[in-house]
Design a protein around this ligand. Structure first.
Ligand code: ADP
Ligand code: SF4
Length: 689
């Protein structure tokens, strides 16, 4: 067989007593399924194993009720009763020749214990990490002994559940082991505090005890955050981070290294465009240990992956998000289908689902999280049912995904777009500061359209009812998108804002078209409270345009908290000189002034303004759909058309929602109504035992 530059990625790696089939390692990542949705969890991890990942890990697995992460839905291994649910996952992973790993976790002051109601414990007395007025108490020697026993028992139970790799976890600010290690946190004066030797004592004990308990047949991995990215106020990789690796170098069978906290580890492309951004922090590790090392950093390029192994930077290519965006990434590299890899766009919608405690979703991969409920797999499609033809109108994310999925199923598709370029809202949004990676949503799908003979493409073709009738196609998917309204109606103001006659009122798209023509003072009014207003403010201020940001919310872009970006968004705006005015609704205008009302007291102030950019609400573009429906209704029983409104035209939302909507419509096309209904009601039922 011909040699490939990527062969090196398919070499086995020994991790203690177990051996991976290749170097592709899905590191632990949250998924909102955990202990509540074990079948969904097993199916999702199983698809990754099928896609070629050599190791597939769980998310954090709580080892004891004193580390209860509710309301977040993580994995649970409190006692033997958790074994059958976990075994579903290990079996699904083993079926495809991959190894299964579990991240044993005691969260210390990162747990609220809302369900168990056990007092929270940590290295020291410490407020818990969530906005809940409660503190963790300092662990006594007895607590430490108990914790070690719970960890050992969990390791034994993990082995019984079929796991091949068991983690000791000290990362993300989310584990008690790390809380003991961190110099600025652990101020204990006993043998578990003070010197670094003392602060790593607990981790050393955990590693030794885990190896002793299950090391005969399982590899023991150590997940360690080498740097907190807080400069001198935290752990730094050049100093204590390095010292920890030196002191524990040969203890684990595998080093899984990253940066802390989660917002730093899972940085979005908006604030960290570079693939492999964590490498400068972790590349020293291999020089200090003979054990294999895995690292992450949104690694999607096979060339970079191969060079990292060749250079001796990493032994295993770690991935959470790239494995979510494309569970088949390893197989695509193996089969020389690199152009077909769906690249992660770094948007963290996957992270937001965990933060909302619902099954994981992904902008690029609409099948993610639907493996069990709907039986979806990104590379396996339901074949067409008949020789029907379909017309898709609009080439935003919904229209593109719908067309591609219909074509994959084998249907003939006509895709019509009124603009010269395909991509809809993604073209606009990806042109803004920090969002260029989002263009991959369009590029990956356009590539597939070009490879597929089933799709006939018509650009620059605005379709009317007459055109549709002329085409005579009976199956019509309307992905006509939505438009930002400019009358001020939004979350807090349900009536149009009056008195703006002198002020130039613009939608976000129009504002960006001709930045030089914008007349100051400029106000961006964010009553949507999503991400876009913050991006527009960031974009304009980076271009040197002075803007004032007004919002009824108490912070800039509150939604971005769920994608781990909010602090970075607000910091970017403030450092670029944007004046941020929170807790104010705009209720009217007077000449060149806006009237702003405090959301708490109702008191009114004025804000000078010549241009206002309204980011408040979107209106679905469903005029064409309404006409079609009206026409069909007039035909009564003679109506033959299948008409489906999808994406933002049905209900404006995230790009991920539009992609999902397009995929779902294509999958449901010609499916029996009962089948469609069944999937909606699918859920994992609680046991009544
Ligand atoms: P979504 O997020 O739902 O995919 P977008 O707003 O991104 O929606 O995309 C909608 C696309 O539909 C835009 O590119 C727009 O130009 C196109 N479009 C809207 N109406 C028509 C029409 N009548 N004929 C062809 N294309 C249309
Ligand atoms: Fe990547 Fe976004 Fe998908 Fe997460 S949701 S895996 S960040 S594309």
């Amino acid at each position: 067989m011909e040699k490939s530059p990527y062969d090196i990625l398919f070499e086995p790696v020994k991790i203690g007593p177990v051996v991976t089939k290749n170097r592709f390692y899905q590191v632990p990542h949250c998924c909102g399924m955990g202990h509540l949705r074990p079948q969904a969890h097993a199916a999702m991890r199983g698809v990754k194993a099928k896609g070629g990942w050599g190791v597939v890990s769980t998310e954090e697995a709580e080892i004891h009720p004193s580390s209860d992460l509710a309301p977040y839905v993580e994995q649970r291994i409190w006692d033997k009763r958790d074994i059958p649910a976990l075994r579903l996952m290990t079996e699904a992973v083993h079926e495809h020749g991959a190894l299964a790993a579990i991240e044993l976790t005691h969260s210390g002051h990162n747990a609220i214990n809302l369900y168990s109601r056990i007092p929270t414990m940590s290295a020291v007395d410490h407020p818990i990490n969530f906005l809940y007025p409660k503190q963790a108490r300092k662990m006594s020697k007895k607590d430490i002994a108990n914790f070690r026993m719970w960890h050992r028992n969990a390791a034994l139970n993990a082995k019984e559940a079929g796991f091949d790799i068991v983690y000791v976890y000290a990362g993300h600010g989310m584990s008690v082991a790390q809380q003991f290690i961190l110099p600025n946190m652990n101020t204990r004066s006993d043998e578990y505090g003070g010197s670094l030797e003392n602060r790593i004592r607990l981790t050393r004990e955990l590693l030794e005890e885990t190896v002793e308990a299950i090391g005969d047949s399982c590899g023991v991995a150590f997940r360690f955050a080498v740097d907190e990215l807080k400069g001198k106020d935290g752990m730094q990789f050049q100093e204590e981070g390095k010292a920890v690796v030196e002191l524990l170098a040969e203890h684990p069978d595998l080093w899984d290294v990253n940066v802390s906290d989660w917002a730093n580890d899972s940085k979005t492309s908006r604030f960290e465009p570079n693939e492999g951004y964590q490498l400068p922090y972790v590349e020293f590790v291999k020089g200090l240990t003979s054990k294999p090392v895995v690292g992450v950093g949104r690694l999607t390029s096979p060339d970079l992956m191969a060079s990292l192994v060749k250079k001796g930077t990493l032994d295993l290519i770690g991935a959470a998000r790239p494995s979510i965006a494309d569970p088949y990434l390893p197989n695509k590299i193996k089969n020389a289908q690199i152009d077909q890899i769906k690249e992660c766009i770094g948007c963290n919608i996957c992270v937001s689902s965990d933060n909302f405690s619902v099954p994981i979703r992904c902008t690029q991969n609409p099948t993610m999280g639907e493996e069990w409920r709907r039986g979806w797999d990104p590379e396996t499609t339901k074949p067409k049912i008949s020789e029907q033809q379909a017309l898709v109108i609009g080439s935003g994310p919904a229209g593109l995904e719908c067309s591609v999925q219909l074509a994959r199923r084998g249907y003939q598709v006509i895709l019509a777009e009124s603009k010269k370029q395909l991509g809809g809202r993604v073209l606009f949004e990806s042109s803004l500061k920090g969002l260029s990676a989002w263009k991959r949503v369009v590029d990956n799908r356009l590539y597939e359209i070009q490879q597929n003979n089933n799709i006939e493409l018509y650009k620059d073709s605005e379709l009317s009812l007459a055109h549709i009738n002329e085409l005579g196609i009976e199956n019509i998917f309307l992905a006509t998108g939505s438009s930002w309204r400019t009358d001020g109606v939004g979350r807090s103001t349900r009536a149009p804002i009056n008195g703006l006659d002198k002020i130039n009122v613009l939608s976000p798209d129009d504002a960006i078209k001709d930045i030089d023509a914008l007349k100051g003072p400029i106000v961006i009014y964010d009553d949507e409270q999503g991400y876009l207003a913050g991006v527009v403010a960031d974009h304009l201020s980076a271009e040197g345009v002075k803007v004032n940001f007004v919002t009824p919310a108490s912070m800039v872009s509150p939604w971005t908290d769920s994608t781990l970006e909010q602090a970075r968004v607000q910091r970017a705006l403030l450092t670029q000189g944007v004046e941020v005015i929170c807790n104010k609704s705009i209720v009217g205008g007077e000449g060149y002034n806006l009237i702003a009302q405090c959301v708490f007291t109702g008191s009114k102030t004025t804000i000078a303004c010549k241009t206002i950019i309204m980011v408040t609400e979107r209106i679905p573009n469903c005029g064409l759909y309404d006409k079609l429906i009206e026409q069909e209704e007039a035909l009564g029983e003679n109506s033959k058309k299948h008409i489906k409104l999808i994406g933002d035209a049905e209900a404006p939302g995230l790009i991920a929602d539009a992609i999902f909507s397009g995929h779902l419509a294509a999958e449901n096309f010609e499916a029996p109504a009962e089948e469609i209904e069944k999937a909606i009601y699918m859920r994992e039922m609680p046991s009544l035992k």
